[in-house]
Design a protein around this ligand. Sequence first.
Ligand code: GLC
Ligand code: GLC
Length: 794
Amino acid sequence: MKEYGHFDDAAREYVITDPATPWPWINYMGTEDFFSLISNTAGGYCFCKDAKFRRILRYRYNGVPMDAGGRYYYINDGGSVWNPGWKPSKAQLDRYECRHGMGYTRITGEKDGLRAEVLCFVPIGSRCEVHRVRLSNIGAAPKRFKLYAFVEWCLWNASTDMENFQRNLSTGEVEVEPDAIYHKTEYRERRNHYAFYGANRPFDGFDTDRETFIGMYNGFEAPQQVLSGTSGDSVAHGWSPVAAERFDVTLAPGASEDIIFVLGYVENPQDAKFIAPGVINKAPARAMMESFATPEQVDAAFKRLRCFWDDLLGRFTLSSDVPELDRTVNIWNQYQCMITFFMSRSASYFESGIGRGMGFRDSNQDLAGIVHLIPERARQRILDIAATQFPDGGCYHQYQPLTKRGNNDIGGGFGDDPLWLIFGTVTYIKETGDFGILDEPVPFDNAPGSEVSLLEHLKISFNHVLDLRGPHGLPLIGRADWNDCLNLNCFSLDPDESFQTTENKTDGSKAESLMIAGLFVAEGRDFAELLRRIGDGYAETVAKAADDMEAAVKAHGWDGEWFLRAYDFYGGKIGSDECAEGKVFIESQGWCTMARIGADEGLCDKALDSVVKHLECEYGIVLNAPAYSSYLMEYGEISSYPEGYKENAGIFCHNNPWVIIGEAMAGRADDAWRHYCKITPAFTKDQQLRKVEPYVFCQMVAGRDAARPGEGKNSWLTGTAAWTWKAVSEAILGIKPQYDGLLIEPCIPERYGNYRIHRRFRDAEYDISIHYTGKRGKFFVPYKPGKQTLEVEI
Ligand code: GLC
Ligand code: GLC
């Protein structure tokens, strides 16, 4: 089977050795508010704070070939033109390697005795990408060649940049200095920010007008100035501003030289925007360039970045007999959790960074993947999310990272949303012990003066769902539940309407959700426990509501062999053996088994058996079966997808861990482990089939009804990251944070039952050796600051 790369665990890198991967294999850079996406051929873009409103580089999502635009370094070596990242010229390289690491990417190309190694990263505390281009003459003869550095600017708003050409073609403005090009479009009026691309030495020529550099009828693969070894010294006025910088380099055999580039973003105070009429204040850009002007400074900044990740990834480490498990747990899963926390669902090669901000439910779930790493930021995120809630507990479905304001761009009124705030908060307090967060004043819909405590928000959230129940006492689904595509009140026949934002027909709706019911029972019990801990009498009301919901599920939500999925608008069953299609669904099996509904009567075991029997396939668990074969207006978007894809019987990886956790809670170690391995990329055998990155989870893998089962799509930004982390760290390896300590309760096949875990927990550091005998015991470690070494046989 063809392989495009391999893991280098010691370096915490994935090493790509063939640039022609089946799809761009990307990485993310940035840890605070400046972020970049970079592919294995140096494609991608960066932005500050908001991928829609503060986009720095232009990127073409729909381009042919894919992944066009990025930070391109071209070499013209005696007429032979090539790129160290292979693209865009695609000149055959003698050697190519791309190492995606934690927050950095290093791409090396070699041709005809010349090596170019480009190290890219976003330094901690800076709003820029640093590119260290190391040129080495590894041949026997002296080399004289030209290096071109190239980026194309986006006119800030990534959406209007693609649409508003009557304006865009006239607005572009730049300033040029001997060693830096500044992009200042719209700075003259309302913007106080600009971008720049500078080098640590003056260039020998430049271009800022795209057509002058590339040529009207050429593509990125053959810029006319690069082909001819010249520069037009062009200054862009409108059209498409770019930054292209030429360096004439001479290297003796064995010699090597670094040129350092800084691609940065600056915001100036309103009263310090200009130093002369029309001339921008470049002092902050200069300062940024000066802080990365020497190889020593770059080394130091890179070291700081590595220490940042070493420290984070040192907080939870595993040493087991399964290398795929170790590399997932120790490196890639936690890394992906950090990235999903930073981006939510906003910026990837699939989410164009335009349509989606920070999802209410998504961001709450993402917390489960990072709270043990960056608890302070988890705290802030919870308060930001809660501040977008309405006084009645309803929620905007997303908020914009730039303003932290909620918006209705992808709808509102999803029946599950409020419960996720309880999930996020409980997760946070169990990890940190910070009950104080409950007293924080938090407004509604960001309106000053409307503040109530976070605890009050949680109560309102719970009651919101409690108050909106249908004829069976089950939660009303609203616009949809976790499954955005189960639109039971939408009834859309107009292809120009969005399933998420079209006015719903809710009057008299009987549409109820068993997924929300399971979530309500699980979160209700967690919430009741939290309330008891703080001595709040409301605990009993909450506990009783959870018990009543459990009874309602048993009475009206059990189909005989599995849990129903929903009742539709008219009160008809969805996810029942009585249905012609969509007889069994994963979400309600996951949530009702995690809530242990009817466990004593054997319902959980039966439901989990049904998952294995009806939903499991070679690559994971599909969402529903049989798939819907035609569009059903009363079910909405779910039936709009072809069979085997996305929410219509795709393997929607996000929900697989719910079953894995349900399996572990039922003590079924082999089933839990098998489900886990199937969706975890480190166990992937066929890279060509999977197509997307072999080091991160993707949102969906095509299900068994699809044309090519096993094909992955929408990698990186998915709740799968946080949920598989929870599944593997808590359910399988059994390290469960509790309010006053760690509960150790593994559920792993006995043959892998000997492993060691190092875990920081608040101010404690535990070294735990586990010998799991398969007997399903548990062991409680009370929280005590300091180091502790434990041997636990369970
Ligand atoms: C997407 C959304 C998430 C939703 C899921 C299922 O991943 O980001 O909020 O739950 O799809 O529809
Ligand atoms: C589509 C997708 C779903 C996503 C939703 C909201 O419905 O299928 O996964 O959650 O859009 O963006």
